[in-house]
Design a protein. Structure first.
Ligand code: SF4
Length: 502
């Protein structure tokens, strides 16, 4: 039976008020532009607009703005700030709309060059037995677990098809240096192809440094290869986290770092920290170790919920609140060093600060919308399979192939990057369109991570109220704003972290 249309004025479920209700805007002195807000402390709140500009104000200001209680006569400074920062406009369409749209485009310009980071899992073999290992290493059957030359060739071919003129080729493991001959083969081949395709290639080797030799270092120097290693803090933490049978992993890492620095230069060596349950008890000691070794940066990363990390729950599973407490204590120690004149920055904080305080996009895979997976990073696994991100291939090591995009043997560039799997992921990789994130004040500083959602909540879309990704980012961003608002010295230090100058 045909439905009888209900006249518009009689509908009970209409979402909008009558037109007259909005007419008051014409006499109230200003019009609202899109913005969101979040409580920072019991007295302060932050307003954030669509392009990530923010203002920290007295609590209740957002309500006053919406109720049209702010005026040039009563609150000249606040009124001026709100106009200048695109929270309100004296005209229905702001005069500087072009500026807003240019700023928005600039923030999203990381999409222009699409995938630039290409991870080659050159070997799954490793001589360490770290209990949190995220790649679930293997120790035997060398040739079965090394990437073949034909897979390297096809991977390079796909990398050359990237629209980006600047690409990064990152070698990971297992322990990548166990397959150093394959790395050499890949770099030599890439150098030739890059000339043909006009690409500038940055080479990175992720290594625990244990198999490092002078010959390897010489080759890295000649070819401007960047070294990324792991350092989990003082010897007693590092060696418990990163066990190497019959050897002292910490000594090998520290000696390796010093050799790399002297031959490659300090700026070409970096270290990453993985935070285990043990590490959480020693935030200050870890920072002090990084300072002792002369580092100017430290990355306070929580453990990822993948690989062997999920099996050793007693050592690796911890509450996000405990991690946040660790992060804050370590951050305070880092700030103390800066106040005392030693420049050292925390990398995760700096990434968020760049998003908050500069108009530029930040190429950090885990905090992007659209998400970094596929859009910024692709992984070619040792066996020729292709994954949407590093975390996605770690999941595959646990026999979950949800994020498997294809194979180097059979799939073309278009099938991998624009295939049906990519389409499914595209539906959930923009936080602007996710419930919870779409009205979150921190949307432009945060990102979307379907792999994390899927791993921790068994759902690509994710549920923000119980998401550990959300809980961690929301508190870290709130805390960074609170620190800047409460102490101008800290704001100055944070601004220096962005420029890299002390
Ligand atoms: S994940 Fe949480 S903090 Fe991040 S944008 Fe979404 S709701 Fe906001």
């Amino acid at each position: 039976m045909d439905k009888i249309p209900i006249p518009l004025q009689e509908r009970k479920t209409r979402k909008f008020n009558a037109f007259d209700c909005y007419a008051s805007e014409h006499t109230s002195g200003y019009f609202l532009l899109p913005f969101r807000f979040h409580e920072i402390t019991s007295e302060r709140e932050v307003l954030v607009n669509e392009i990530g500009d923010f203002l920290v104000v007295q609590k209740g200001t957002a309500e006053r703005i919406v109720k049209r209680e702010i005026s040039l006569d009563n609150d000249p400074e606040l009124y001026g700030d709100l106009i200048a920062n695109f929270f309100i406009s004296p005209t229905p369409v702001p005069g500087l709309l072009d500026v807003i749209s240019t700023r928005y485009r600039t923030k999203k310009s990381f999409l222009d060059s699409f995938t630039s980071l290409h991870i080659f899992v050159i070997s799954l073999r490793c001589e360490h037995t770290c209990h949190y290992c995220q790649v679930s290493r293997v120790t035997a059957e060398k040739h079965k677990y090394d990437m073949s030359e034909s897979h390297i060739d096809i991977g390079i071919n796909l990398m050359m098809q990237s629209p980006s003129p600047f690409v990064t080729m990152e070698f990971q493991g297992g322990e990548a240096l166990l397959a150093f001959e394959n790395i050499k083969y890949a770099i030599e081949r890439t150098k030739k192809e890059a000339l043909i395709y006009g690409k500038t290639v940055t080479y990175v080797i992720c290594t625990n440094l244990a198999p490092l030799t002078d010959e390897i270092l010489e080759y890295c120097k000649e070819n401007k290869v960047f070294i990324s290693t792991s350092l989990d803090g003082p010897e007693f933490i590092h060696n418990q986290n990163r066990h190497k049978p019959g050897a002292n992993s910490y000594r090998l890492a520290v000696d390796g770092i010093s050799k790399c620095r002297s031959i490659l230069g300090e700026e070409n060596v970096s270290a990453l920290l993985t935070t285990t349950k043990l590490s959480l008890q020693y935030p200050c000691e870890i920072v002090e170790e990084y300072v002792k070794l002369g580092f100017r940066n430290i990355f306070l990363r929580p453990i990822s919920p993948y690989g062997f990390a999920t099996r050793g729950e007693s050592k690796n599973k911890y509450d996000t609140l405990v991690f946040l407490d660790f992060y804050k204590k370590a951050l305070h120690r880092i700030i103390e060093y800066n106040i005392a004149g030693y420049f050292i920055r925390e990398d995760y904080t700096t990434i968020i600060l760049k998003k908050m305080l500069t108009p530029f996009p930040v190429g950090y895979v885990d905090l992007q919308s659209p998400a970094g997976l596929i859009n910024n990073v692709i992984v070619f696994n040792y066996d020729g399979s292709i994954y949407a991100s590093d975390e996605a291939r770690m999941l595959a090591e646990m026999n979950d192939f949800t994020f498997h995009l294809g194979s180097l043997d059979i799939n073309s560039y278009n099938e991998v990057f624009y295939g049906s799997k990519s389409d499914v992921l595209a539906e959930v990789f923009a936080n602007e369109a996710l419930a919870g994130c779409s009205d979150c004040a921190f949307q432009s500083y945060c990102g979307a991570d379907p792999v994390h959602n899927y791993t921790t909540q068994h759902d690509l879309y994710g549920y923000r109220p119980s998401s550990t990704f959300c809980q961690r980012n929301m508190e870290i961003i709130r805390y960074i704003i609170e620190l800047m608002d409460s102490d101008k010295r800290i704001e100055r230090i944070f601004r220096n972290w962005i420029t890299g100058k002390s």
